[in-house]
Design a protein around this ligand. Sequence first.
Ligand code: NDP
Ligand code: 8X3
Length: 251
Amino acid sequence: MTGKTALITGATSGIGRATAYELAKNGLRLVVCGRRQDRLDSLQKELESETAIHTLNFDVSNYEAAEQAITSLPEDFKQIDILINNAGNAHGLDSIQDGQIADWHAMIDSNVKGVLHISKLIIPQMTARQAGHVINIGSSAGKEVYPKGNVYCASKHAVLAITEGMRQDLNPYGIKVCAINPGLVETEFSAVRFKGAPQADAVYKGYKALQAADIAEIIYFTISRPAHVNIADLLVFPTAQANSTLIKKDT
Ligand code: NDP
Ligand code: 8X3
């Protein structure tokens, strides 16, 4: 793995940020992406003594901005060996009749179109080299639908469909494609979903949720398997969680 370059979207928080730390620790070079420049700057500062790191500030839902950012990569960061499509969020938790159009657009634009945009910009260099690894961060919400999850669940079902499509289309090129599908992970995810409202605090109370570092370790395990091994699809829950709605809480 040492010397390979990974591009991580959504590296300014949660799973993406923890993955940047885990991969840097294991000698991977990094291109880290997000929209919050102060966080990209601090990530660069914290990791630059450990590995070569380059930051890119763009919105994954904006194809032109993404293209400009990827094109701007300096020569020694242009080859991306591992693409981690992680950027995304839920926006709102509402019954279908009450959902906000702006929330639906945000989820489809970031979680679905964002994955397609960055994949379109990176995969052609992988097919040209006949090598590469794409990891899409799906969700347990891509495998089941829960009440009021409607559009978020649809976006993550789409991520799984895209992942399967990629695995088939990229099979002739020897490119590995994987979806990692977490259940509840304690990150800024719920603060974003509930727009900072107090409901967000309750989501991770009364049980031990997965931590971002748990998923980061799984991502490193996935990318560090031997050349002939592709972890194709992985579902991971906290022990307290059996499915999207069955969670064993202390009280
Ligand atoms: P966080 O809110 O902590 O992190 C989300 C990251 O995505 C941030 O770095 C944010 O960066 C980035 N991001 C969001 N939208 C965009 C956008 N339009 N353009 C560029 N960057 C964007 O949440 P998580 O770490 O939990 O989420 C990461 C992924 O994991 C998501 O795809 C989420 O759906 C998935 N997931 C999360 C689970 C959980 O329970 N937490 C469970 C299953 C899956 P910035 O704001 O700086 O742009
Ligand atoms: C995040 C997990 O259950 O909030 O994808 O949808 S959940």
